[in-house]
Write a protein that binds this ligand. Sequence first.
Ligand code: TXA
Ligand code: MG
Length: 353
Amino acid sequence: MNTETVVIDEVSSKEAKEIFKRAGRIIKQGGLVAFPTETVYGLGGDALNKEASAKIYAAKGRPSDNPLIVHIADIDNLYKITTQVSDEALKLAQAFWPGPLTMIFPKGEAVPYATTGGLDTVAVRMPDNETALAFIREAGGYIAAPSANLSGRPSPTTAAHVAEDMNGRIDMIIDSGACRIGLESTIVDLTGDMPMILRPGYISLKMLSEVVGEVLIDPAIIGPMDENAHPKAPGMKYRHYAPKGLLTIVSGKDDKVKEYISRCIEEGHKLNKRIGVIADSESQEAYRAADYCADAGKADDEIEISSRLYGLLRGCDENNIDLIYSEEFDTPQLGMAIMNRLMKAAGHTVVKV
Ligand code: TXA
Ligand code: MG
């Protein structure tokens, strides 16, 4: 299959409208189109067409028990794909949509089980990206989209990342630049007695609680995975976001961390290993001996850190890095999401110094 990449500069231009029409036609015919959102690039297909969902799983190489998020552009469409929208859900939608929040609802009949991985619930989100919204509307209003990476690879935050993984596997890539946030949406389950976060993201526990009161966190997403932990979002059980090199997170006081990682660089070089380090801008100088020093951005700019993270993990691969050491990024709003993704990429390997 030939994958065409198209660029959107100005969403309301005549050229863009033509592109959205063509992309919409591809979706209505059961094809696949990758598109930008404010979190990561999505791999879109018609959410109400089970053959399209099957194609998404095939293109990603994703286990089919891992359900897809349905993306909508208009709140009215929520009612067609769910059987119940609680007051809490409506409040959260009003507060955070369009935006990086996915909510889980009881599934309506219109949504095939192929899209929900066999579940009776459906995940829905309205992305905060003009290109995404225009594309979804033109494509009929319901786009099933996982992140547009091959299963197990870091999620794509640029169209170039998408092309790396998806060239020849999908019909079209819509490029409208880098994703603003760079980490997948917060997922909240609203089908239980109390709202529960299944995946941390930009919309934090605090932000959610301010709207709906007490919110729980799925305990399985905090600690290391073992056979007793059953995360409620099926996708959270897979080792994900992983670069090819072995990643270790180094935790502790700043100077101790620098000392430890510097020693690892030295020891690694003796063994002819290529060493990568992920550290904030302020720390770059300390790791000059590394083969690839990934600059995560300024320590107090959490959006910079979140938006760069996946690109840096891919950068480690491009630089053929064998061993990667990362500092911790304990920032107030996004820290939980950043560390959740890093921990998964590291298979929960943490060294405390
Ligand atoms: O930011 C995002 O959410 C991005 C962009 C493209 O919108 N999408 C994304 O999709 O991250 P994906 O497929 O990579 O991750 C979806 C996650 C998986 O962990 C999946 O198990 C969970 O959502 N999920 C989907 N439907 C669910 C459901 N009905 N119940 C529980 N978890 C669900
Ligand atoms: Mg994903």
